[in-house]
Design a protein around this ligand. Structure first.
Ligand code: NAD
Ligand code: GDD
Length: 325
């Protein structure tokens, strides 16, 4: 039986990845600071601990797993990474995890680690035009990410690729573009726009007004979790090391995102645009490279993914609202 190690298995993408690997017949060990908040883990072995601690890392990366996925990070949406308040923690925590994982995997003769970088590593100067952002993989330099989160991602993708060059590893690096779906953070400050908008619409009644950060004309693309996993597994099992975008190229404004969610909910929703952390003005996944190297690109529509996500968040909102309100 093949075995896999999922670091960050108590999180959104890691939790889904464990389920997918179990369906494929893997024996899976999950590792995280915490259990998953919204689902029982399906991992055969789930170890709670801190990957910033080298000694702990050595105890969980203790043999030659067939596949290793490094998803553990200090991360969140715009409300977490763009305020500046968490910069030191984000850089220290995530860099410590990655330094430990890359080195201990190498010393345990693990040949390949999948590393989840982010579109946040792309230079801000290429993302000023909301209608025509440039996120081609080869546009990364001169580097100028707009957040410390993005700088740490850039550093760590270079770290994993340096182990390839100097130690004969075959690490794989993906740059995820805003992944969403059920069982992701939807409240509390770390949630990203799709979950935040679904929550606000679910809590509203028809004809209510919800708050949107910025003028809503900033653009993004959002990738549904199932397609993120498909791209992740295909890259990990391919001969291509990356970095490569794993994202949707269906770019929308945040206002369009709100309108689509409102339509799915069957509610008339008005928007109040308020100041907030907005990040880059425009971002979209550029998918030529993934198609060329892996013969695959995401194809599901945003609406399809939002229907699944809204339904799950609407249930969470109902469960978390006192009956008397
Ligand atoms: P998440 O926050 O849901 O999951 C990350 C998990 O890492 C959390 O469960 C957290 O507890 C765990 N973790 C953090 N510090 C740890 C530590 N010191 N030791 C052990 N575990 C620790 O995030 P996610 O959305 O599942 O993202 C997974 C990865 O993909 C992250 O590296 C993230 O930066 C990257 N990424 C995600 C997106 C996205 O849109 N979700 C976009 C770009 C990149
Ligand atoms: N989170 C959130 N909540 N965003 C909102 C809201 C709200 O209520 N209203 C408007 N927005 C706007 C944000 O201001 C931002 O301009 C846009 O929606 C997208 O916000 P997020 O989804 O939170 O983050 P992001 O796309 O800027 O960055 C995310 O994606 C990266 C990869 O592409 C983050 O999750 C990063 O961690 C990730 O690496």
């Amino acid at each position: 039986m093949k075995s896999a190690l999922v670091l960050g298995a108590g999180g959104f993408i890691g939790g889904h990845l464990v389920k997918r690997l179990k369906r494929e017949g893997f024996w899976v060990r999950g590792v995280d600071l915490k259990f998953h908040e919204y689902a029982e883990t399906e991992a055969d072995d789930f170890v709670i601990g801190d990957l910033r601690d080298q000694a702990f890392c050595r105890t969980v990366i203790d043999r030659r797993f067939d596949e290793v996925y490094q998803l553990a990070a200090d991360m969140g949406g715009a409300g977490y990474i763009f305020t500046g308040e968490h910069d030191a923690d984000i850089m220290h925590n995530s860099a410590s995890i990655n330094l430990n994982v890359a080195d201990i995997a190498h010393k345990r003769n693990i040949n390949r680690v999948f590393y989840s970088s982010s579109a946040c590593m792309y230079p801000a100067y290429n993302q000023e035009n909301p209608n025509d952002p440039n996120c081609r993989e080869d546009s990364a330099y001169p580097a100028a990410p707009d957040s410390e989160y993005g700088w740490e991602k850039l550093f760590s993708e270079r770290l994993f690729l340096a182990y390839n060059r100097n130690h004969g590893m075959a690490n794989r690096v993906a740059r995820y573009h805003n992944i969403f779906g059920p069982e992701g953070t939807w409240d509390g400050g770390k949630e990203k726009a799709p979950a935040a908008i679904c929550r606000k619409v679910a809590r509203a009644t028809s004809d209510d007004t919800i708050e949107i950060w910025g003028d809503g004309l900033q653009t993004r693309s959002f990738l549904y979790i199932d397609e993120c996993l498909e791209g992740t597994l295909r890259l990990t099992r391919s001969t291509f090391e990356g970095p490569v975008n794993i994202g949707s190229d269906e770019m929308v404004t945040i206002n369009q995102l709100v309108d689509t969610v409102a339509d799915i909910a069957g509610k008339t929703i008005h928007k109040e645009h308020i100041p907030g952390p907005t990040g880059v003005r425009g971002r979209n996944s550029e998918n030529s490279l993934i198609e060329e190297k892996l013969g695959w690109r995401p194809s599901q529509t945003l609406r399809q993914g939002l229907e699944q996500t809204y339904s799950w968040i609407e249930t969470q909102v109902r469960r978390n609202t006192p009956a008397s309100v």
